[in-house]
Design a protein around this ligand. Structure first.
Ligand code: F6P
Length: 662
C-alpha cells in the first residue's frame, strides 16, 4: 500500500488523537504521584539530565509518539540528513551543519564529495588568522594592534553567534581569554544600531567582520557600507584591507565589495543560515574574541550531541524525545506556544536564537511535497531568563493560557557567590526558583487548600491555580563552551525532529521573501520622492498615506547646507553670525569623535590646514562667545549645530545622503 501523503492521515496520528481524551481526564498532580512513571520519563547524556515527567503524557503517550516517529520514517530522515542527501528539496541542498563540528577523520559526503576536509581547512585558516590577530601581529592601517571586533550580519548570521558569545562571556576560562577585547554585533539596519555598535570604538583598533551567507542581504550590505565609510573617513581607503574581513558562501561578491579575498572565510550552501553558528559565521568572530581552542570545545560539545542524536535509541534520545513532545503539545493538545526559560543569565540570548531556529524552520503551510497542511506546524517561541521572566509574563502562564515551558538549569554557576550569613548561595537562590516553578505549574493550588489556609472567600477564585500545566526540566552540569555547544545541538535536532514528523521542509524559508520584495518597491519610491520629488504612486490608500506622511518631514541627512543656513540667518542678526559660526566649529571639534555625520573632519582628523587655522583662531576667542554658543545649542540641538558648522565653514557637500544611496 502506498504511504499516505500526510502524517495526519496515518493510523498512528489518529491513535494519538484518540488518546487525547484519556490524557485530558488526568491531572499532573495525579500523574506526578506515580514515582515509576516519573522515573521512566527521564533521559541522560554526559551529565545532561532531562526530566519530562511534567508533560501531560503517560508511558502510553510515549509509545504512541514513538510509533508516530516510525510512521514518519524519522530514523530514515535523520540518516538522510547525516549522509548528505538533498533533504532541503525546494533549494536542492544537503543539510549538513553536523559536518561543521565533525572530527577531522569523519567522512560526510555531499554530491559524492567528502566535505569534512574543506570544513577543516577553513577552521585551520580561522585558527591561524585568529592567532595572528590575537597576538597583535595583525596590525591596522596606523600600525596599531586591533582589539575590537564588530560582526555585521543579521538573522542566522547574527543570532547564533550572539547567543554563544553571551553565554561564554562569563565563563571564567573564556573570559580570561577575552581580556582586553570587545566583540560587538551590528544587525539591524536602523542607524541607531550602527551608532550603538561603534560607540566609543576607534576605527584604528577595530576589525569589522561582514557575515552574510549570500552577501546580498540588504540590511547587512548597507551596514557593511556604513562601517566601510566609517573606516575610510578616518583612516583612508587603503585601510579596508586591514580593517575589514568577511564570511560568506559568495566569495565573488566579497571581492567586489572591496574585501581582500585572502581575508574571506568560506562556508557552503549546505549550511542553512540559522544552522550556521558552527561555520565561520560563528567560529570566526568567536575565535577572534576567545581564541580558537575555546571555540573548538564548543564545537566538540555540539558534535557529542550529534553522535547521541544519531546513534541513541529513540526512547533515551534527548533531541528526539523533546521533538516528539513538542509535536504532542502543538498538534494534539493544541498548545501553540513554547516558553524557553533558562535559569542562567548567560543564556539570555538562547530564546532569541531559538525563535529564528524554530519559527523559520517549522512555520510552514505545506508539506515537503507542496501539499497544503490541514494542521498547524511550528510553535510560537519566546522566553526570558528566570527569574526575570517570573516578574514579567509568568502570571499568564500560571493562571492564563497554557504554555508548555522548557526550564533549563545549571548545577554549577559560572560565577558563584556566597555571602556569609545568607541562608543559601546566590546560585542556590536562583535554582530554588528553577525547582519550584515546574511544580507550581503542574500542581497548582485548589480552593480547598486556600480554605484551609483561611483565605477570605472573595479571594479564593483569584488565588486558585488550576495547575496541570506542562513543562520539562533540562539540568546541565555546568555551562562551559562544551555544554553551550551541546545545548545548541539539542535544540537544532529537536526542531529538525519536529519538522521530520510533520513532514515539512525545515530547511527552507520562502516565507521571508515577500516582505523583502515589497520593501524594495518602497525603497525605490523613497528614493524617487526624496531625490526627484516624485509623487507617491502604485500603493494602496493606506500605504500611500503613510508614505506621504513619512515623506512630508525631510530628515536632516537630506537637508541641504543652504537650507540650514537660511534657518540660521532668519533666527540671528547678521553681525552675530560670524561669531556663531566659529563657535559652532569649536563645538563640532570637541564633540565630533566618532561622529558619523562629520565626514570632512573625520577624514583629516582635524589635521588639515583649515582645521588647524580655525583651531588656533578659536583658542583666542573670549569666554562670552561660548555663552552665546550654549544658548544656540539648546535652541537648535547639537546635530543641527554640528552640520551647520561643517557646511558653512568647510564648504563640504553633505556626505551622508551620498553614502546612503551608493
Ligand atoms: O531572514 C531570512 C534570512 O535569509 C535568514 O535565513 C538568514 O539567516 C538571514 O536572512 C541572513 O542571510 P545572509 O546570511 O545571507 O545575510
Amino acid at each position: 500500500m502506498a504511504s499516505p501523503a500526510l502524517i495526519c492521515d496515518t493510523e498512528q496520528w489518529k491513535a494519538l488523537q484518540g488518546h487525547v481524551g484519556a490524557i485530558q481526564k488526568t491531572h499532573l498532580r495525579d500523574l506526578m504521584a506515580d514515582a515509576d512513571r516519573c522515573k521512566a520519563m527521564t533521559a541522560e547524556f554526559e551529565g545532561i539530565f532531562l526530566d519530562y515527567s511534567r508533560q501531560q503524557a503517560t508511558g502510553e503517550t510515549i509509545d504512541k509518539l514513538l510509533k508516530l516517529a516510525e510512521a514518519a520514517k524519522l530514523k530514515e530522515k535523520i540518516e538522510k540528513m547525516f549522509k548528505g542527501e538533498k533533504i532541503n528539496s525546494t533549494e536542492n541542498r544537503s543539510v549538513l551543519h553536523v559536518a561543521l563540528r565533525a572530527p577531522r577523520d569523519a567522512v560526510i559526503n555531499s554530491d559524492g564529495v567528502n566535505v569534512v576536509p574543506e570544513v577543516w581547512s577553513v577552521k585551520d585558516k580561522i585558527k591561524q588568522f585568529s592567532e595572528t590577530f590575537r597576538s597583535g601581529s595583525w596590525v591596522g592601517a596606523t600600525g596599531k594592534a586591533l582589539t575590537n571586533v564588530v560582526s555585521v550580519g543579521i538573522g542566522g548570521s547574527f543570532l547564533g553567534p550572539l547567543f554563544v558569545h553571551t553565554a561564554l562571556q562569563t565563563d571564567p576560562e573564556a573570559a580570561e581569554c577575552a581580556k582586553g577585547r570587545q566583540l560587538r554585533f551590528l544587525a539591524n539596519v536602523d542607524p541607531v544600531d550602527v551608532a550603538r555598535s561603534i560607540k566609543d570604538l576607534d576605527p584604528e583598533t577595530t576589525l569589522v567582520v561582514v557575515v552574510s551567507k549570500t552577501f546580498t542581504t540588504a540590511e547587512t550590505m548597507l551596514n557593511a557600507r556604513t562601517l566601510k565609510e566609517w573606516i575610510i573617513s578616518s583612516l583612508g581607503p587603503q585601510a579596508v584591507s586591514k580593517h575589514m574581513i568577511a564570511v560568506s558562501t559568495n566569495l565573488k561578491l566579497v571581492k567586489e565589495f572591496g574585501i581582500d579575498p585572502n581575508n574571506a572565510f568560506a562556508f557552503w550552501d549546505w549550511v542553512g543560515g540559522r544552522y550556521s553558528v558552527c561555520s565561520a559565521v560563528g567560529v570566526l568572530p568567536l575565535s577572534l574574541q576567545y581564541g580558537f581552542p575555546i571555540v573548538q570545545k564548543f564545537l566538540e560539545g555540539a558534535s557529542s550531541i550529534d553522535n547521541h542524536f544519531y546513534s541513541s535509541s529513540f526512547e533515551k534520545n534527548i533531541p528526539v524525545l523533546l521533538g516528539l513532545l513538542s509535536v504532542w503539545n502543538v498538534s494534539f493538545l493544541g498548545y501553540p506556544a513554547r516558553a524557553i526559560l533558562p535559569y542562567s543569565q548567560a543564556l539570555e540570548k538562547l530564546a532569541p536564537h531559538i525563535q529564528q531556529l524554530s519559527m523559520e524552520s517549522n512555520g510552514k503551510g505545506v508539506s515537503i511535497d507542496g501539499v497544503p497542511l490541514p494542521l498547524e506546524t511550528g510553535e510560537i517561541d519566546f522566553g526570558e531568563p528566570g527569574t526575570n521572566g517570573q516578574h514579567s509574563f509568568y502570571q499568564l502562564i500560571h493562571q492564563g493560557r497554557v504554555i508548555p515551558c522548557d526550564f533549563i538549569g545549571v548545577v554549577k554557576s559560572q560565577q558563584p557567590v556566597y555571602l556569609k550569613g545568607e541562608t543559601v548561595s546566590n546560585h542556590d537562590e536562583l535554582m530554588s526558583n528553577f525547582f519550584a516553578q515546574p511544580d507550581a505549574l503542574a500542581y497548582g493550588k485548589t480552593p480547598e487548600q486556600l480554605h484551609s489556609e483561611k483565605v477570605p472567600e472573595h479571594l479564593i477564585p483569584h488565588k486558585t491555580f488550576k495547575g496541570n500545566r506542562p513543562s520539562l526540566s533540562l539540568l546541565l552540569p555546568t555551562l562551559s563552551a562544551y555544554e553551550i555547544g551541546q545545548l545548541l545541538s539539542i535544540y537544532e535536532h529537536r526542531i529538525a525532529v519536529q519538522g521530520f514528523i510533520w513532514g515539512i521542509n525545515s530547511f527552507d524559508q520562502w516565507g521571508v521573501e515577500l516582505g523583502k520584495s515589497l520593501a524594495s518597491q518602497v525603497r525605490k519610491q523613497l528614493h524617487g520622492s526624496r531625490m526627484e520629488g516624485k509623487p507617491v504612486e502604485g500603493f494602496n490608500h493606506s500605504t500611500s498615506s503613510l508614505l506621504e506622511r513619512y515623506l512630508a518631514v525631510r530628515p536632516l541627512c537630506y537637508m541641504s547646507s543652504f537650507r540650514i543656513l537660511a534657518v540660521m540667518v532668519n533666527q540671528y542678526p547678521k553681525d552675530n553670525l560670524e561669531a556663531l559660526t566659529l563657535g559652532f566649529y569649536s563645538f563640532c571639534r570637541s564633540s565630533h569623535r566618532p561622529h558619523m555625520t562629520l565626514p570632512c573632519c573625520r577624514r583629516c582628523n582635524l589635521r588639515c590646514f583649515t582645521c588647524q587655522l580655525l583651531s588656533s583662531y578659536l583658542a583666542r576667542l573670549s569666554t562670552s562667545f561660548f555663552f552665546l554658543l550654549s544658548g544656540v545649542r539648546s535652541q537648535f540641538g547639537s546635530a543641527v549645530i554640528l552640520r551647520f558648522c561643517v557646511h558653512l565653514l568647510l564648504g563640504e557637500e553633505e556626505k551622508t545622503s551620498d553614502t546612503m544611496n551608493k
